[in-house]
Every structure is written in C-alpha cells, then in structure tokens.
Design a protein around this ligand. Structure first.
Ligand code: THU
Length: 129
C-alpha cells in the first residue's frame, strides 16, 4: 500500500477540484489516478442545467485515461474542495471497475482498500467474455 505516492496523488486531486464546474451543487470534486504506465490522470465534476446528466470527477479520469492511450488504473483518490477524501458514487465504482478491476487501490476515509471491497460481487467484463 505504501508503494504508491498517495500524498502526491491527493495533491493532484485537490488541484483539479479547483477547476470543477459546479454552479448547481457548489460541491467541487477532484479525482486523480495512477495508470500502469506511470501517467497520472485527473478529472473534476462537470454539472449541467439538466441535473441528471452531471459528469462526476471520475468520468473525467476515465476519459483522460482512454484518450491518453488507455491502460489500467492502479491507484485512485478523490476529494472535496477541502481536500477531504471521499468515496466514489456507485455508478463511478462501476466505471472504475472496468479500467482497474478488483485490485485497483482506493483511498478511502477508512484507509487504502481494493475496489473489490467497495463493489463486492461486481458485474464486469468477465461476465461478457
Ligand atoms: N460527485 C463526483 O464528482 N464524484 C462522486 O463520486 C460523488 C459525487 C459530484 C457530482 C455532483 O457534481 C456533486 O458531486 C454533488 O453530488
């Protein structure tokens, strides 16, 4: 769990949270993840007048990962505007599962946990193989 630079990843998440577009919730979120080629990919939440189509910060992370050449996510963190670690919503856990799988390490208020602990018995690519 100490093999990753969690403090640096948390700084990246907090930095990008400042760019969030949140005129409705006023709740900025920043997310950052380490990919298996060493890239750090980040994202912030982007809201919309049609509230239901909000893009969570995790969506930005996944989009950046794929647009930057793909790869697997190894470590992930997200935070609010104060830098407090928050856990991804249910939908975003599913998005992370696709690109990180059960062993993706998540920063949580309870410590570093594998995604399998936050999304047990997940449906995923293996089900469709
Ligand atoms: N939000 C995220 O960006 N990620 C999460 O995992 C939780 C929620 C955003 C969506 C919305 O813009 C705001 O937080 C309030 O729900």
């Amino acid at each position: 769990m100490t093999e990753f630079n969690w403090p640096s990843l948390r700084v990246s998440a907090l930095d990008v949270s400042a760019r969030a577009y949140v005129p409705y919730s006023h709740y900025p979120v920043g997310a950052a993840a380490l990919a298996d080629d060493g890239r750090v990919v980040t994202g912030c939440n982007v809201e919309n007048a049609a509230y239901g189509v909000v893009l969570c910060a995790e969506c930005g992370v996944i989009s950046s990962l794929v647009a930057g050449g793909g790869g697997r996510l190894l470590a992930f963190t997200c935070c609010d505007a104060a830098g407090a670690v928050i856990t991804p919503c249910g939908r975003c856990r599913q998005l992370l599962w696709e690109h990180g799988g059960p062993d993706l390490l998540l920063d949580t208020p309870s410590g570093i946990l594998p995604l399998s602990a936050l999304l047990p018995q997940a449906f995923g690519p293996d089900n469709l193989a």
